[in-house]
Design a protein around this ligand. Structure first.
Ligand SMILES: [Zn+2]
Length: 281
């Protein structure tokens, strides 16, 4: 199985908000997603990033508030579908999209993959499915980005077999084996969003890779055990859950300093974009 990272655009955010002790300067936050070329399950995406659909979904109030507070730079040439084509596939070839959570910057591309099943947490979906208007914007959810046939194509992680994770993943002990072969194991990373999931990918060298979505905004924050600034916690669904999940990541890094932790908005994961990719087991 091969993992590649791809960038769909970026927004701007204050560094001090994302990193305690950071500077009062705006930094670019990339919107990344991952592509997994699985030997028997085909092409799988982890999230889908931004697309011009973000502008469409935020044209009117109250959804425009999202666009005004988080200006996004993206384009047709940066969409997940274009990255799929550039990798030599058609969007129709994507068999599954694993959705970490339903914030707009992770699901803009869902509608571009007509044959994909949507693998996500049922509890996570249920917590946003009925949100509309201001209540949706407050949770960074844009209902128009969720395809109308979503539920018919959804595949809930909670229904996947539970599996013990290898010792290298401690303190994470159990997850959901998404494809029945141990190659991709989902874990609960609640906090940033309720029931957010990440996935451990089985590594070729016995060292797994974690796709951690938004459980941290950077690998640096985990290495240095620096939570986001207090005002940033307003953006999170669960303050205590965020701290618990973040603490688990810090512990994971302490035990396995060599493990790659790839987060959606992290500059280090961004550097992997356009590169060869990582061979996994
Ligand atoms: Zn998010």
């Amino acid at each position: 199985m091969k993992l590649t990272m791809h960038c769909t655009g970026a927004c701007k955010q204050l560094e001090i908000l994302s990193l305690r002790g950071g500077k009062w300067r705006t930094v670019a936050f990339p919107g990344l997603f991952a592509m997994l070329e699985h030997p028997s399950k085909g092409l799988i995406l982890f999230d889908t990033g931004y697309s011009p659909r973000f502008a469409e979904a935020t044209r009117r109030l109250p959804y425009a508030l999202y666009r005004w507070t988080t200006p996004v730079e993206t384009g047709v040439h940066l969409t997940a579908a274009e990255h799929v084509r550039a990798a030599g596939y058609a969007p129709e070839d994507v068999t599954a999209v694993v959705i970490s959570h339903f914030h707009a910057d992770h699901i803009c591309g869902l509608a571009d993959f007509p044959n994909a099943k949507f693998i996500c947490s049922q509890a996570g979906y249920d917590s946003v499915a009925s949100l509309k208007g201001l209540a949706a914007v407050k949770r960074a959810v844009l209902p128009d980005l969720i395809p109308p046939d979503f539920k018919a194509r959804a595949f809930w992680v909670e229904q996947c077999p539970e599996a013990a994770l290898p010792a290298a993943c401690r303190p994470f002990e159990r997850g959901w084996d998404l494809f029945g072969d141990g190659s991709v194991t989902a874990v609960d990373l609640s906090g940033h969003a309720a029931h957010q999931i990440g996935v451990f990918l089985r590594g070729a060298d016995g060292n797994p890779v974690l796709l951690g979505a938004d459980a941290s905004w950077s690998a640096q924050a985990v290495r240095e055990n620096r939570l986001p600034s207090p005002p940033a916690f307003i953006l999170f669904d669960g303050r205590q859950d965020y701290k618990r999940t973040f603490g688990n990541l810090v512990e994971l890094h302490r035990r396995q300093p060599e493990m790659r932790l790839l987060f959606t908005h992290c500059a280090e994961a961004w550097e992997l974009c356009g590169k060869e990719g990582i061979e996994l087991l």
